[in-house]
Design a protein around this ligand. Structure first.
Ligand code: LMR
Length: 400
């Protein structure tokens, strides 16, 4: 009965993990998926997370279902983390929020919610470039994906004029997806002054913003500074939804811990939105898992562990910055005409190299450097030890 089912394509990002595992090259390097690695290239568990797990285990808590919206204490901590403790929208009880299956789950529930209340086929405008999974998430929920200008291939930086022009040219009240910080895959963010201007256009056109915040803490090393755009838009009264992931900043990848929040105009509106989010979630996965959310609650709810988290997150961001400097030095040392300055000017977890898909294929086939075909390198997988090898591969595929 299943004989006519065609073979599906491997995921452009997660499929690389499989290819990496299968590679027999002794020198193979995985800079595909955005997952932090330590200086030895190993997955990294945060000490604050280890301590939180120890405390939670000691309490021998029950393993009952959460409510459909997840663990209330977690949700409160998650939104305070994003919007800020002194946020007007939190003070005024204007945020409807639920726990989610990390950022992807938040995006999917948000997209279903938009499709339900704006209608199937509603356009969602995503940046050109964006995280590959944004497109099927939105389409599978029934939205129609359109793009706005964002990344300039010429400068490997932001096409700010194009961005503003496109925001202005969209129909009023469009749904616009913005990356809150540490844009994936380009590593290119607007400056604070540019965010102010983006906000002005969004307000002028009365757009609804869907923020994807998967790297809070990874752009600057300071989670509060990285929430600049979120807090700016929330304080300005923009209609917005926010998808948060705690995968990278807390190193809780497989725990699938995240949150979706919707900024409303009144507490009554919150009640209605929340009731509808629950109606989306219940038939989809019933209720979220508890373990990762308990960890984040413990860390953010305890002053000492919270301080430890800030320090550890900064440590990860600092190591990545050092890896950027090293990779750029190494590749420049090999002496090409190509400008590699974007390696250090881009921020967050990724470096967008500008390599063609064919050059990316050669990075994998000739050098066992596993990177995605869009030219993205996960800087989190670059170390002082493997930087020379990656640099040599970059040099080779761009010079021949
Ligand atoms: C990435 O872009 O590599 C990460 O967000 C992981 C993923 O799920 O794709």
């Amino acid at each position: 009965a299943f004989s006519d089912i065609p073979l599906g394509a491997a995921d452009p990002i997660l499929g690389l993990n499989e290819a990496f595992k299968q590679s027999t090259s002794p020198e193979k390097v995985n800079v595909g998926v955005g997952a932090y690695r330590d200086e030895e290239g190993k997955p990294h568990k945060l000490d604050c997370v280890r301590e939180a797990q120890r405390r939670i285990l000691e309490r021998d808590l029950d393993l009952e279902y959460t409510g459909i919206a997840g663990i209330p204490e977690f949700v409160s901590h998650a939104i305070a983390f994003a919007y800020g403790n002194d946020s007007p929208v939190l003070r005024e009880d204007r945020v409807a929020a639920v726990q989610s299956l990390s950022g992807t789950g938040a995006l999917r529930v948000a997209s279903e919610f938009i499709a339900r209340f704006r209608g199937a086929g509603t356009p969602i405008y995503v940046p050109n470039k964006t995280w590959g999974n944004h497109i099927p998430i939105a389409e599978n929920a029934g939205l129609s994906v359109k793009r706005y200008r964002y990344y300039s291939e010429g400068t490997c930086g932001l096409d700010f004029e194009g961005l503003v022009e496109d925001l202005r040219a969209m129909p009023e009240q469009s749904v616009v997806l913005l990356h809150a910080c540490a844009h994936n895959p380009t590593g290119v963010d607007p400056t604070e002054e540019q965010w102010d201007q983006v906000l002005a256009v969004v307000q002028e056109r009365d757009h609804t913003v869907l923020f994807d915040s998967a790297y809070q803490g990874f752009a600057s090393g300071d989670a509060d500074a990285d929430a600049f755009a979120i807090r700016l838009f929330a304080a300005a009264g923009v209609d917005m939804l926010l998808c948060q992931s705690f995968a990278k900043n807390f190193g809780l990848y497989g725990e699938r811990v995240g949150a979706l929040s919707v900024v409303c105009q009144s507490p009554e509106e919150v009640e209605h939105v929340l009731s509808q989010l629950k109606l989306v979630i219940r038939p989809m996965y019933s209720s979220p898992p508890i373990s990762g959310a308990r960890i984040v609650t413990e860390v953010l709810g305890d002053a000492a562990l919270r301080a430890k988290w800030y320090a550890e997150c900064k440590g990860m961001a600092t190591r990545i910055s050092a890896a950027r400097v090293r990779l750029r030095e190494e590749v420049e040392r090999l002496g090409t005409d190509r400008d590699w300055s974007h390696i250090t000017s881009q921020i967050g977890m990724f470096c967008f190299t500008g390599l063609t898909p064919e050059q990316c294929d050669r990075m994998v086939s000739d050098h066992a450097v596993f990177m995605t075909r869009d030219g993205r390198i996960s800087m989190a997988g670059v170390t002082q030890a493997n930087a020379p090898r990656i640099a040599a591969a970059l040099h080779d595929v761009t010079c021949r």
